[in-house]
Design a protein around this ligand. Structure first.
Ligand code: ZN
Ligand code: ZN
Length: 367
C-alpha cells in the first residue's frame, strides 16, 4: 500500500517535469525558433562553403559516383556520371543530368575539374554537360574553357552546348564582372582523340603521374563508344561506359583494382516490357526489347571481372531503376557464383578509395 502511494507520487513528479520541459521548449521555440534555425543553417552553410573533399582525400585513386543510374529516373541514381580523383587531378567521366549538382552535394568543387571525358554521345551521358561546364567556370573562376575529351563527335557536342549557353555566359559576366566570371573561361574545348582499334589503347591524358587510356567498347549502333582506364600511384580502375559484353574491355581491365561496369537486368527489363504491353504502350515494349542487346547483364559483367582478375566490381548505369534494396537480390542473382570479390550496386555518393602504394580498397558514402 505505502509502496503504491510512493510509485504514484514519483510518476506524478516525473510527468510534471516532462510537461514542464515541453512547455519550456515550446516557449523558447516561440520566442527564438527562427534564430535557432538560422544559427544551425549558418553553421551548415559555413561547412558546405569550406568543403573541399578532393583536397582532403589521401594521395591515391578515388572513384566518387555522381550519377549511378542510366536514362530512367531512379530516386537513388542520377544520370551517368563518375568522378575520378587521381592525386590532385579531378576528372568527370560522362555528364549525366544532376551529376554536377551531386558533385557539389558531395563537397567536391566543380571549379577544381581538370577535365571532362565522354564515353559516347547518348543523351543520358551528355545532358548535364552544360551545367557541369557552367559550374566549373563560375566556381573556379576559370580563365580558360574546360578540356572535354571524347571520341570523334565530341566537337559537335561541345560546340552545341557552348552555343546554347552563350547568352547565359554574357549575362553572368555583365552581372558579376570579368574578374568574378572571366569571359574567356566559359564552356569547353573539345579534344577528339583517334578512335583506338581492337587491342589498342589511346593515351588521352598523361600528366602528374596520371595516365588515362581510352579503349573501344561495343555499343552499336551508338558508335564510337569507349571505356577508360585510369592508372595512378600503382593503382588502377576501369570504367566501362555503355557496352555489350566486350572482350576488348576485359583485356584492358586485366589486373585492375576496380572494374566499374554498366549493368542491365534482362529479367527486370522484361518485366517492364510486359507492364508496358499491358498498358498498351507499344513503343516502350519495343524499347525494352531492344536495350538488353547493347548493355551487359550483371552475370556477364561478373564473368568479365572474374576473367580479368579485378579485385572489386561496381555496378553503375543500373538499369532498370532499383527504388529499394528489396530488388538487389534479383539484380545480383547468380553474380556471387561467378565473381567471388566484393560487388557494389552503386548509388549516388558512393566513394571508393584506392590509396597510393597500398592494396586497400576503402568504401563510404558521401550523400
Ligand atoms: Zn547510357
Ligand atoms: Zn549509351
Amino acid at each position: 500500500m505505502a509502496r503504491g502511494v510512493y510509485v504514484g507520487r514519483t510518476f506524478r513528479v516525473v510527468m510534471s517535469l516532462v510537461v514542464g520541459l515541453a512547455v519550456l521548449a515550446a516557449a523558447v521555440w516561440l520566442v527564438a525558433g527562427d534564430r535557432v534555425v538560422l544559427a544551425l543553417a549558418g553553421r551548415m552553410a559555413a561547412q558546405n562553403m569550406a568543403a573541399d573533399r578532393a583536397a582532403e582525400l589521401p594521395d591515391g585513386l578515388h572513384l566518387a559516383v555522381c550519377g549511378a543510374g542510366g536514362p530512367m529516373p531512379d530516386p537513388l541514381r542520377s544520370g551517368p556520371c563518375q568522378l575520378v580523383i587521381a592525386g590532385r587531378s579531378v576528372f568527370m567521366v560522362d555528364a549525366g543530368s544532376m551529376g554536377a549538382r551531386n558533385m557539389v552535394r558531395m563537397g567536391i568543387r566543380p571549379g577544381g575539374l581538370t577535365a571532362i571525358l565522354l564515353t559516347h554521345f547518348h543523351s543520358d551521358h551528355i545532358d548535364g554537360l552544360g551545367e557541369a561546364m557552367m559550374l566549373r567556370w563560375t566556381g573556379g573562376p576559370a580563365k580558360v574553357p574546360v578540356p572535354v575529351y571524347g571520341p570523334p563527335g565530341v566537337e559537335r557536342v561541345v560546340e552545341g552546348f557552348d552555343a546554347a549557353y552563350a547568352l547565359d555566359a554574357q549575362y553572368r559576366t555583365a552581372h558579376h564582372g570579368p574578374d568574378v566570371v572571366p569571359p574567356g573561361g566559359a564552356g569547353g574545348i573539345a579534344h577528339a582523340f583517334v578512335m583506338p582499334g581492337p587491342g589498342e589503347g589511346t593515351t588521352v591524358y598523361e600528366a602528374d603521374g596520371v595516365k588515362v587510356t581510352a579503349f573501344a567498347v561495343d555499343h552499336a549502333p551508338a558508335a564510337p563508344a569507349v571505356g577508360y582506364r585510369f592508372d595512378y600511384g600503382g593503382r588502377s580502375l576501369v570504367l566501362s561506359g555503355d557496352t555489350a559484353p566486350s572482350a576488348n574491355l576485359e583485356a584492358f581491365a586485366e589486373g585492375a583494382d576496380l572494374l566499374v561496369h554498366e549493368a542491365l537486368s534482362p529479367r527486370l527489363v522484361a518485366m517492364l516490357g510486359e507492364a508496358a504491353g499491358a498498358a498498351g504502350r507499344g513503343n516502350l515494349v519495343h524499347v525494352m526489347e531492344d536495350i538488353p542487346g547493347y548493355h551487359t547483364a550483371p552475370t556477364d559483367a561478373a564473368a568479365i571481372a572474374a576473367r580479368a582478375g579485378v579485385r572489386r566490381l561496381v555496378f553503375v548505369h543500373v538499369t532498370p531503376p532499383l527504388p529499394n534494396a528489396l530488388l538487389h537480390g534479383v539484380f545480383l542473382d547468380g553474380v556471387a557464383d561467378i565473381f567471388d570479390g566484393p560487388v557494389d550496386i552503386a548509388r549516388d555518393g558512393l566513394l571508393l578509395s584506392l590509396p597510393a602504394g597500398s592494396d586497400e580498397i576503402l568504401s563510404r558514402h558521401l550523400l
